[in-house]
Design a protein around this ligand. Sequence first.
Ligand SMILES: CC(C)(COP(=O)(O)OP(=O)(O)OC[C@H]1O[C@@H](n2cnc3c(N)ncnc32)[C@H](O)[C@@H]1OP(=O)(O)O)[C@@H](O)C(=O)NCCC(=O)NCCS
Length: 175
Amino acid sequence: MEIRALREEDDRSRFHSGDPDLDRFFQRFAGQNQFKHYLGVTYVAVSEGAMLGFATVAPGHIEIDGLPASARKKLPRYPLPVLRLARLAVDQTARGRGLGRQLLRFVFRLAFLMASDYGCVGVVVDAKPDAMDFYRQYGFASIDVVKGQSDARPAPIPMFLDLRSIREALGARGG
Ligand SMILES: CC(C)(COP(=O)(O)OP(=O)(O)OC[C@H]1O[C@@H](n2cnc3c(N)ncnc32)[C@H](O)[C@@H]1OP(=O)(O)O)[C@@H](O)C(=O)NCCC(=O)NCCS
């Protein structure tokens, strides 16, 4: 299994997470968003040509007032750069084998690279209510306000994990 950026020739038609919105996004929009509009990048977990999971990220920003008090300390009041985990899904046939965790750790490494190359204070995820506990186990906490929320229903809950926690999760060298 490898995790790599989506390629235009990848066959996404057989991916089924069980969530129609996520499947439609992956099959119809992930490619054009990435290759035509440059809105974000989708990373796929691939095994023998089969797409087993994906994570879509884009740079974003967050207002400091939305952050938990512990993360707000000493930060300036202008918008802060974050990596936004816009979508994450694992194929139904591959659930419960640690793939979601591996994709999330991959996103943590992207945030770590973004921090060292461009600046990034943490990861924001628009969590589906059923997935909040998945993110909580890594330390993500709900936040109040993120501009540009999607109109998906049920409404996603923005959650945040600061870079320090990400660095700890990855180990000192970011691996
Ligand atoms: C959420 C999702 C990505 C998890 O993927 P997965 O590959 O099955 O998860 P993993 O096997 O890596 O699980 C890692 C840990 O999280 C736990 N976990 C998985 N899904 C969970 C959930 N929805 N709520 C709480 N815990 C969850 C697992 O039990 C496991 O715990 P353990 O380490 O103690 O055994 C997957 O269930 C999915 O695609 N769901 C539908 C789409 C969705 O909700 N995406 C997130 C939207 S923001």
